[in-house]
Design a binder for this molecule. Structure first.
Ligand SMILES: Cc1ncc(COP(=O)(O)O)c(C=O)c1O
Length: 467
């Protein structure tokens, strides 16, 4: 008698309506709002189909051809396909570069890189978090080591120039000479200019350090060839796969193979990154790879080679520039004076608005963004800016003329926050209270939110129609 698995084959909307209702609410929020968080995107239907496929069921610790479990014939093929497409997406020669597609996400990928090539308490340097770096680049405060990358390794930050907002490469070169890091990280979470990888390489070489580029934010732009690539100058490159790249949540590490340098005796010194990085990912830090994600990454890399993807990435940058110019016309200050990429940082000090208030009022009118420190901020807890990105809106088909509308909505929201502050005074709790209790403000917020949502709803979202 065959088994009865009917109960396992119910749709989630039938067997768990409470949960499904929440999923649908989130879908509605995504459709009705303007998603401007620079690290977010809307992935495609084929990626979502991979994520919810049977590949999820399989354990496959190890690498293709060297698994600790049986039954991996097709899983091996999928991972090999993903690796091949990863190299192709960035036009890399397999003789010079290898890739590991198993990291669960960006932070685990970065920790695997440090684990592989930096000994415990070895030294790393990354852009400071308040200056646009990422937590996983060694972040710590004066009183606390926050990220594992500062707990298990000794980190020294480099900074942006507080006047220009640009990375101070001279100061990095000076500090690196003193600190002698084993690895220098070139990577950003909030920086609107292209990085000078050649300069990074020079500084790394002067100190015998690895140059590790974390291109998580910009990898889609790099794959499309719309901004300079870090590969020419880097030893190791990591990326998340869910930001501009528009794949599933995951991480990938690229590592150099072949000759690293020639020593004084004229002998070739070879890279030994491949086995170190592979072993740091598994068994060092992870167990079984998420095969459904690896398939999603493979299909995202296939998309990344298409002309449509290139057009998309060009539009992402064009939209970010339009956003910049529009906000500048209203008198807002954009850090570094513009953008070359998919994001920009607005310094709200001269507008008399704090980052937290701006984030809050924009959230109230269904525009999602995040508060962010700006160069020269005294307190990381009370940042003076907001970070805005265009990848998600551009996926929905936004063009420059639509961005002009978005600029108007943002400006009206920020003006409204000034009105609220006049009533609330300086404290954020009072600001939030007025937003909840003042009838005139509530009405104004509701009216503006309805306008934003009516506008947003006219743009499509990829994925399943209602969840
Ligand atoms: C530059 C950079 N690296 C790494 C990460 C970490 O990625 P995840 O959130 O997937 O761990 C991020 C996330 O925002 C990032 O911006």
């Amino acid at each position: 008698m065959s088994g009865d698995i009917t109960s396992l084959n119910q749709n989630v909307w039938d067997c768990d309506p409470d949960l499904f209702e929440l999923i649908q609410k989130e879908k509605k929020r995504q459709l009705h709002g303007l998603e401007m968080i620079a690290s977010e995107n809307f992935t495609s239907l084929p990626v979502l189909q991979c994520l919810s496929s049977c590949l999820h069921n399989k354990y496959s610790e190890g690498l293709p051809g060297q698994r600790y479990y049986g039954g991996n014939e097709y899983i091996d093929e999928i991972e090999i396909l993903c690796q091949k497409r990863a190299l192709e997406a960035f036009r890399l020669d397999p003789a010079e570069w290898g890739v590991n597609v198993q990291p669960y996400s960006g932070s685990p990928a970065n920790l695997a890189v440090y684990t592989a090539v930096v000994e415990p308490h070895g030294r790393i340097m990354g852009l400071d978090l308040p200056d646009g770096g990422h937590l996983s680049h060694g972040f710590m405060t004066a009183t606390k080591k926050i990220s594992a990358s500062s707990i298990f390794f000794e980190s020294m930050p480099y900074k942006v120039d507080p006047n220009t907002g640009l990375i101070n490469y001279d100061s990095l070169a000076e500090t690196a000479k003193l600190f002698k890091p084993k690895l220098i990280i070139a990577g950003i979470s909030c920086y609107s200019r292209c990085l000078d990888y050649e300069r990074f390489r020079k500084i790394a070489a002067e100190n015998g350090a690895y140059l590790f580029s974390d291109m998580a934010h910009i990898s889609g732009l790099v794959a499309a060839g719309v901004i300079p690539s870090p590969f020419e100058y880097s030893d190791i490159v990591s990326t998340t796969t869910h930001k501009t790249l528009r794949g599933p949540r995951g991480g990938v590490i690229f590592f150099r193979k072949g000759v690293r340098s020639v020593n004084k005796a004229g002998e070739k010194v070879m890279y030994d990154l491949e086995s170190k990085i592979n072993q740091a990912v598994f068994p060092g830090l992870q167990g079984g790879p998420h095969n459904n994600t690896i398939a999603g990454i493979a299909t995202a890399f296939l998309q990344a080679k298409t002309p449509e993807f290139r057009n998309y990435q060009e539009q992402v940058v064009a939209n970010a520039r339009q956003l910049c110019v529009g906000l500048q016309k209203y008198g807002y200050k954009v850090v570094t004076g513009g953008t070359d990429v998919h994001l920009l940082l607005v310094d709200l000090r001269s507008a008399g608005i704090t980052g937290a208030r701006a984030e809050k009022i924009l959230e109230e009118i269904s525009i999602a963004c995040n508060k962010n420190t700006v160069p020269g901020d005294k307190s990381a807890l009370n940042p003076s800016g907001i970070r805005l990105g265009t990848p998600a809106l551009t996926t929905r088909g936004f063009k420059e003329k639509d961005i002009d509308e978005v600029v108007d909505f943002i400006h009206r929201g920020l003006q409204l926050s000034k009105e609220v502050t006049k009533i609330s005074g300086p404290k954020l709790v009072d600001f939030k209270r007025v937003l909840k209790e003042d009838d005139t403000i509530i009405q104004k917020v509701n009216e503006l939110r309805e306008e934003v949502e009516a506008f947003s709803r006219t743009f499509p979202l990829p994925g399943y129609p209602d969840y």
